[in-house]
Design a binder for this molecule. Structure first.
Ligand code: GMT
Length: 381
């Protein structure tokens, strides 16, 4: 198939899923065309079967707001015609599904057929999409999509309820490449690699996000501050975003800044995750929690909040621990309990990897997308 993919190319879960999907599809022999305002960040170098088309957005003095969604629709239609795309797959409904809808109509007027699939990721439904100024058009573009997928049952239910959607929505969970996100083969090598981050006997905790308020990065620091009262440890904070400086100030004020390492945006998180003992994900809301899945694949269980689609990923007590939002005391107690009981932690580490492999491995999930595309194509021809 020749597939066009549009996503937010900067750091964020939906862009990661879209990019990894494109890479996996290309390695299965499909031709993938990314259409976006900049190259998705995990697309580094030249991948066979992958093409990138930038969307130029002209600005004129008249435009207080440059109309990216229109420029995107034009480029989608152009790329689809030039490269004879079979379908478009857009990630995050706003504004991508609206642009795809326009592109489909533009091509229909030229006698060409371009179905599009919309994948719902999270705040496009739970936050931004609910804004009155976006709700009607988001709802319309979801209804008009040729296929709609959602990354969790939770998000599907929210979409149906909040947007009164009456069309089918297929749940296709997020996935991880279990050969790229993998634990150290050898404990000796792992111990050696950890030496550059922590002293022998110290634990390593990690957090990975875009540092938006919904991620509650300040809670990560609060939990860690309580953990280090009982267990010697280091905290790695991977990513960047609006709440970084609040977290930096808190670490400074709590006098733990020598143990809290802000690593900024990192391309190869698969090299950092396996170094950690635990992941912290105290989010206000997660429709899925991709960072936790990537950690699980590296044998790192997550201390998380029981929100949104997280319980569909993390089995409380088996592959991680779940708590109410803001319950930093108990999150810290849970982390300390595991770090002090290495047998229990090792069992949980094994179970985390086992779940990633048996339920969320790309080898299992990519065929679900392929079958979905085929279903959409045969229904719309
Ligand atoms: O909503 C965000 O914070 C970002 C968003 C994104 O598109 O980058 O993340 C959402 O999509 C991810 C990938 O499917 C999911 O793993 C996240 O759980 C989801 N975020 C939320 O629901 C808050």
């Amino acid at each position: 198939m020749r597939i066009g993919i549009t996503c937010y190319p900067t750091y964020g879960g939906s862009g990661v899923v879209a990019t990894e999907l494109g890479i996996e599809l290309a390695s299965s022999g499909h031709e993938v065309h990314f259409i976006s305002y900049s190259q998705p960040f995990r697309l580094n170098g030249r991948n066979d079967g992958i093409f990138y088309h930038e969307v130029p957005v002209s600005n004129y003095p008249l435009f207080e707001f440059p109309p990216y969604d229109l420029a995107l629709a034009s480029r989608m239609a152009e790329v689809a015609e030039l490269y004879e795309l079979d379908l478009l797959h857009v990630h995050y409904a706003i504004p991508h599904s609206v642009s795809a809808l326009l592109a489909r109509q533009m091509l229909a007027a030229r006698g060409r057929h371009l179905p599009f699939v919309t994948t719902l990721h999270g705040t496009d439904i739970t936050l931004v999409g609910l804004d009155r100024s976006y709700l009607p058009i988001t709802r319309f573009s979801i209804q008009q999509s040729d296929g709609v997928t959602s990354i969790s049952n939770y998000l599907k239910k929210k979409t149906v309820e909040d947007f009164e959607i009456d069309r089918p929505i297929e749940v296709i969970p997020n996935f991880v490449n279990c050969d790229v996100y993998t634990p150290f083969k050898d404990e000796v090598v792992r111990t050696e690699a950890r030496k550059r981050l922590a002293k022998p006997g110290e634990s390593i905790l990690i957090h990975l996000s875009n540092f938006r308020p919904v991620k509650r990065v300040v809670d990560v620091v609060k939990v860690f501050a309580r953990v280090v009262e009982h267990v010697p440890a280091q905290l790695l904070l991977v990513g960047d975003g609006p709440d970084r400086s609040s977290a930096e100030w808190l670490a400074h004020d709590l006098h733990i800044n020598d143990r809290v390492h802000f690593l900024g945006k990192q391309d190869r998180v698969n090299e950092l995750l396996p170094l950690a003992d635990l992941m912290l994900m105290p989010s206000e809301l997660e429709s899925f929690g991709l960072a936790a899945l990537e950690a699980m694949a590296c044998k790192v269980p997550t201390i998380a909040t029981r929100v949104g689609g997280v319980p569909e990923l993390i089995d409380d007590g088996l592959t991680g621990l779940l708590y109410p939002v803001g319950d930093v005391e108990n999150m810290a107690a849970g982390a300390v309990g595991l770090l002090k009981d290495r047998n229990r932690l090792d069992i949980m580490r094994d179970e985390a990897r086992k779940t990633a492999r048996s339920r969320f491995c790309s080898t299992l999930v990519i065929p679900l997308y392929e079958r979905f595309y085929e279903k959409v194509l045969s229904a719309t021809h």
